[in-house]
Each structure stands twice: as C-alpha cells, then as structure tokens.
Design a protein around this ligand. Structure first.
Ligand code: NAG
Ligand code: NAG
Ligand code: NAG
Ligand code: NAG
Length: 553
C-alpha cells in the first residue's frame, strides 16, 4: 500500500491494490510453473465457467465481441451478441474467420439465466455479405427497437459500412427475426477521407433537438475519432462535419456515449435524457483496453469536453484486467445503467480453443454510476447475481499478523464463490510514499516490484493456493479515502475467471486463470498479509455460487 498527500486533500490516500489480484496471481504462477508445453488443464471442463455468460458448447471465437443489449419493457431482455458460428476454427487466415461473424442471440429476464436462440443478424445483403460486426440497439419513440451494426462488404480489406435492421414481427416478445430494409442499407459508407478498414461499431443513438445522433469509431493517422451521424427519421443519416471528440490513441472501437446522473446518484439515465455529466468510452485497438473520460456535452455543437483533458484516454479504465469491447445499456425497469464487457481467453501458449470447444466469456453485468466526487465511475455486480448465492460462511474480527495467512474453510465450491471482505489496517504510518513515476500505471509498478514484495502496509488480501506463490499480472490504483484504515474487496470467483471490485467498486480487475492444481476441489481461499503491520479482517462472508441456465450448455 502506498499513500500520498494529494493536492488540497491531505486525507486522500492512493492505494496500490495488489490484494485485488492475488487470487488470480497465485493461480497464474502455478499455471506458468507447469511444463512449458500447454498444460492439459486448459482444456479441462473444470475450467469452463459456472455462472459467467458464455456461448453454447462448440462455439468458438476469434473475436467473440459481445454485443448489444436490447432491453425491452417486457419480461425478457434480449442480448444479441456477436460470435463466430463455425464449430471449428478454419485454418485459413483471419479473413475467412471474420467472414463468418454473425450476431448470436440469447435472452434473459434477469441478466444471469440465459437461453440461446437462433442467430439474429447474419450476412444476407451486399453491405454485410462478409460479416456482421459490432453495433448497438436503440428503442425508437414508438417502442420499435432498431439495431445498427457494421457490415463487411469486401473481404480483401474488410471494407466497413453501417447497416440497420428492424424486428420482423414486433409482437414477438423474443424478437427472433430481423429484417434489413434494402432501400435503407447501408446507412453510412466510408466517404473520401475515411479509412474504410477503420470505420465501425455504431453506438446506441440519442435524440436531441429534433435529431437522432449516433457515433461511429474511426482513426485519422494516429488520432482516434468519434464520428457523429445525424438523422431526423432514423432512416437517412448524414455525417456531421466535426467528430464529437478525438485523441491521439490510435483507432477507437466500440464507442459508448451516455449521460450519468449527479455525483453519487446511483440511478441511471436513459441515453436520450439529459445528464449532469457524460461518459465517452473508447476501446483502444492498440492496447486492447477500455478507457473512458467524464465530461460535458454541448448538444448544439455536438461536441464533448472531458473534465480532465490531461487524462484523455490514458488514465481511467473500466477495468484494469482483461475486459474489452464493452457496452452499456439503460434498464428502465430498475432505473440503472448496466455495463457488459467481454473477456477473451488469455493463453500465452497457442490457442487451445479448438480442443476446448469454447472461448470467450462476458463479465457479470455491472451497474455503473458516478462516484460522489464526480471524478470516476463506480461499478458493482448487478444484484441479480446474488440469487445464485448458496451456502455461506462468515469470519469476523480476525487479525492477520505480518507474514501470516489463514484459510477460509467450509465452502464446498471454493472455485465458484462470491467473497466479500472488509480489511482494517492498524496504521498507515508505514505505507510507502507514492511514486509519481507510476501515476497511471499500477500494472507497471506491480511488474517492477512484484506483488510478492513485502511492503510496509500490505500487500494483503485474498489468495488461492499458498500465499507465497504469486506473480504480478494486472493491477490498479484505488483512489480511496482510507484514513479510517478500512478497505473492502469483493471477488467473484468462477473456475477460470476472477472478478474483483476494490473499495466499493472504484477499481475493478477481471482476470482469466487456468490453474492445474487449484482446479475444482483443489482450489482453496486464503487471507494473507505480507506487510509489516497487522491487518484485521473485520468481516468476511463467502458464498458458494450455483449455476444458472447458461445457453443450454
Ligand atoms: C476521509 O475520511 C475521514 C474519516 O471518515 C474524514 O474525516 C475526512 O474528511 C475524509 N477525507 C476526505 C478527503 O474525504
Ligand atoms: C407475431 O408474433 C406474435 C406473438 O408471438 C404471433 O402471435 C403472431 O402470429 C406473429 N405474427 C406473424 C405474422 O408471424
Ligand atoms: C487504413 O487502415 C489500415 C489498417 O490500419 C492501414 O493498413 C491502411 O494503411 C490505412 N489506409 C490509409 C489510406 O490510411
Ligand atoms: C486476448 O488475449 C491475448 C493473449 O492471448 C491478448 O494479447 C489480447 O490483448 C487479449 N485481449 C483482447 C481484448 O483481445
């Protein structure tokens, strides 16, 4: 743990959060310590997640980007996601794989139990003949949903055009079939000056001053761009002269732009409503992470201004682990904004997806709102995931001395669990001063120091396997006030994924792990303390997690 006296806020503590990672770090080291060949456990069915969203058996992704969530005022939400249909990876180069991208379709009424339907959007018109890539859904004023998405019309350079689809039968509560009016498609093609290979992922549209607007991501030289398209009728679209915003980051994919309510207000705001603040998220193709800024939106000019221009697309991330191509949607039933993100398989060794028969998962959907200080977003797993909680065990008021650890016993499924823990550190006096060289890069700091470093205060936290065995992978800083010495951590553990939420959702880290020893019944959960001062577990509750309906798998 490191602390610093931030400008004007002497109480503020910047916290190094290796504790958020330790469980996964332990598992990773253990996997890496296995022989250099691919550990056979990677294809073990024990590593198929138990309660995270994933495609049915035999589905393979190269690019299983999620996609859009279409929430209807009906008993069902419709999650139209994008995936690759063929059950085996073609041996041809990428093009052949991409040529097969369709939007698979799953429905849910609680974001946790999912039923797979037939694919919703697949190549069928000239402007999507070689693939249906990412896009978004928008509910029009009369309740009609519309999907806008990127189609590939030429395979050689993955020529990208934007298309639109509507439900074939609006009375079908599952919206199984979609039509693409030939007189409307494509709705946007790359004009002169736009690189047709880098022009994709239309956002959910918003309505303001008599026009619908949506964004399409692009790049000019090294500048990532959010092109604005406008329409009066949602049929004919024209590009605005200026992008909404841009930054020197390389290509912007899977843009997301939405309003948020005031600081600390947990409820969400519909995409067309006025927000106190706005969020513009870009998935950076260059480093494959989702960055965002918080700012203001000038409707008249269609321009976005980040509150912290210096932090433009290199400071704030939704998640400091494996989390990409995410999108939010507004859920009017519970008045909340929900974030869905995708995590790929992160083998360093050659991809074993073919042997394994599946690849790619969604993070547990997260509710998202503005922090009380208005400087970042907070995230928390949607409450529905708690329906999966089974047997629980609790520990309270237990002090962990420097260098010690204890096992959290009594769970039959440590590999599939939800663990909430509050720590209290007796004193911050021994916390190392914050090194500004690592200001935005906790991962770098952990890489240099190693997460098994013995610090003044911490590292402490949850770990699986022996607490001595871990290696740095992902890390994030939590900008939290722990002047009272308290800090919380929640971890959703699910066989080959660990999602951690530090300091009440300030810092989130998702990591994929492929253990070969801490697998199935071999997994154990420990609390450890490698620092020089006592750490008290004021409260810990761990639940076994049940398996929901998951796409028939
Ligand atoms: C931090 O928390 C303490 C105690 O809860 C409080 O007195 C202090 O004002 C807080 N500081 C900031 C910067 O929020
Ligand atoms: C549309 O869906 C509704 C509800 O499922 C069904 O009753 C109706 O027959 C469908 N209409 C057509 C033309 O398929
Ligand atoms: C368009 O983007 C592709 C992919 O990044 C790049 O290879 C190509 O050079 C770009 N074309 C132009 C005209 O900038
Ligand atoms: C997916 O996995 C590979 C490592 O196998 C990694 O290089 C890549 O950046 C990952 N993430 C995304 C979003 O593609």
């Amino acid at each position: 743990m490191q602390s610093r006296n931030a400008m004007g806020t002497p109480q503020r503590v910047l916290l190094l959060a290796p504790w958020a990672l330790l469980l996964l770090l332990a598992l990773q080291l253990e996997a890496e310590a296995a022989p250099p060949s691919v550990p056979s456990s990677i294809v073990s069915p024990l590593l198929r997640t138990g309660y995270h969203f994933q495609p049915p058996r035999n589905w393979i992704n190269g690019m299983l980007a999620i996609l859009e969530f279409l929430c209807l005022p009906l008993p069902f939400c419709s999650n139209v996601l994008q995936g690759v249909v063929p059950p085996v990876l073609p041996v041809q180069p990428k093009g052949a794989v991409w040529g097969n991208i369709v939007w698979a379709h799953s429905v849910s009424h609680d974001l946790i139990n999912w039923i797979a339907l037939e694919p919703a959007i697949y190549p069928s018109i000239p402007s999507d003949k070689y693939g249906c890539w990412s896009g978004s859904a928008t509910l029009l004023a009369d309740g009609t949903p519309a999907i806008t998405y990127t189609g590939i019309s030429r395979p050689d350079i993955n020529y990208q055009e934007q298309n639109i689809a509507f439900p074939k039968n609006k009375s079908d509560p599952l919206l199984r079939e979609w039509v693409k009016p030939p007189e409307l498609n494509p709705i946007a093609s790359p004009e002169a000056g736009i690189n047709a290979t880098q022009f994709r992922d239309p956002t959910t549209a918003w309505f303001a001053d008599g026009h619908w607007r949506m964004l399409v991501g692009g790049v000019r030289r090294t500048r990532g761009l959010a092109f604005v398209y406008r329409s009066r009728d949602f049929k004919k679209w024209a590009r605005a002269k200026h992008p909404l915003h841009s930054a020197m980051t390389g290509m912007w994919e899977c843009l997301d732009f939405f309003p948020v309510a005031g600081s600390g207000e947990e409820h969400g705001v519909d995409t067309s409503e006025h927000g106190e603040k706005y969020v513009l998220k870009a998935s950076l193709d260059l480093n494959r992470y989702d960055y965002y800024t918080i700012g203001s939106y000038n409707k008249g000019k269609d321009r976005y201004f980040p509150d912290d221009p210096a932090g433009d697309y290199h400071r704030l991330r939704y998640d400091y682990g494996n989390f990409y191509a995410s999108k939010t949607f507004y859920d009017p039933a519970k008045r909340r904004r929900v974030l869905l993100g995708w995590a790929n398989e992160s083998y360093i060794v050659p991809d074993k997806s073919k042997a394994k028969g599946w690849a790619g998962i969604h993070a547990i959907p997260r509710k998202m709102w503005l922090d009380p200080r208005g400087k970042q977003l907070l995230q928390w797993p949607v409450e529905e995931v708690e329906k999966l909680r089974g047997k629980s065990i609790s520990v309270g008021g237990k002090v962990v001395k420097p260098g010690e650890h204890f096992e959290v016993t009594g769970l039959a499924t440590s590999y599939q669990a939800d663990v909430e823990v509050s720590f209290e550190v007796s004193s911050l006096d021994k916390a190392e001063p914050f090194d500004p060289a690592y200001d935005n890069d906790a991962q770098k700091l952990c890489g240099v120091k190693g997460a098994d470093v013995k610090g003044g205060v911490g590292p402490f936290g949850l770990s699986s396997l022996s607490p001595d065995l871990y290696k740095p992978t992902f890390a994030g800083f939590a900008d939290a006030n722990i002047s009272n010495g308290k800090i919380s951590l929640r971890s959703l553990i699910d066989r080959s994924v660990v999602e951690s939420f530090g300091a009440g959702g300030k810092t989130c880290i998702l990591s994929r792990v492929y253990p070969s020893i801490a697998i199935g019944k071999g997994a154990h959960v420990y609390v450890f303390n490698n620092g020089e001062v006592d750490v008290k577990v004021s409260h810990l509750t761990a639940w076994e997690m049940k398996k929901p309906l998951m796409n028939g798998a």
